[in-house]
Write a protein that binds this ligand. Sequence first.
Ligand SMILES: Nc1ncnc2c1ncn2[C@@H]1O[C@H](COP(=O)(O)OP(=O)(O)OP(=O)(O)O)[C@@H](O)[C@H]1O
Ligand SMILES: [Mg+2]
Length: 210
Amino acid sequence: METVGKPRKQTGFRARKVDAGHADLGESELARPPADLRHIERNLALTAVELHPQIVGSAPRPMLWKGEEDTRAFAQRLAGHPAVKDAFIALHGDLGAGKTTLVRHLLRALGAEGRIKSPTYAVVEPYALPGLDAWHFDFYRFDDPREWEDAGFRDIFAGPGLKLAEWPGNAGALLPVADLDIHLAVGDGDAREVGVQARTPRGQELLACV
Ligand SMILES: Nc1ncnc2c1ncn2[C@@H]1O[C@H](COP(=O)(O)OP(=O)(O)OP(=O)(O)O)[C@@H](O)[C@H]1O
Ligand SMILES: [Mg+2]
């Protein structure tokens, strides 16, 4: 099994969490800004809407994949939806949960040929597929935020194409909100207990087809 040789994870880079609910933040700090600041606030809000997709919350949809054939069938349904072309799909789950396996079935269904390597060392593997570009990330060893800029990851996530990411938590807040969060856990034998959650309207479209 490929996961046996997984290199040890180094100290992971984790973005700091923002404490949105600080107990010391009273009403006075939340007061409206002076009039001359209001237009700046409004412009910032508009910029944020332009830069970030609308974030939606859906309850995770539970699924049981009885074996790898079910994983493949799920990947094929996903690949059949046009919205997959520019989607960002985050894959969560322990070592050996089946993240790379799902990615392989998805890339194959989208027309990938040849060997599909796990990008554990390279962090990312790019694919030029018929009609779309795709990137398969594995952030398991990712611990240097400078690499985010230097390797062009920011540009990849800001641009078109399918982005698939294993161990997204190790990239912390550098990553945008995923369209779909897929959580995988090993069940009995080859079974996988799965939760699929849409975070954006594009994710909701995809969730409706799987
Ligand atoms: N239903 C299933 N779905 C996915 N993989 C399965 C399933 N049943 C068995 N497997 C096997 O489980 C293993 C999953 O390994 P995989 O490399 O995909 O895990 P991973 O989640 O990517 O782990 P890592 O965090 O180390 O990258 C593979 O050997 C695959 O063949
Ligand atoms: Mg993997």
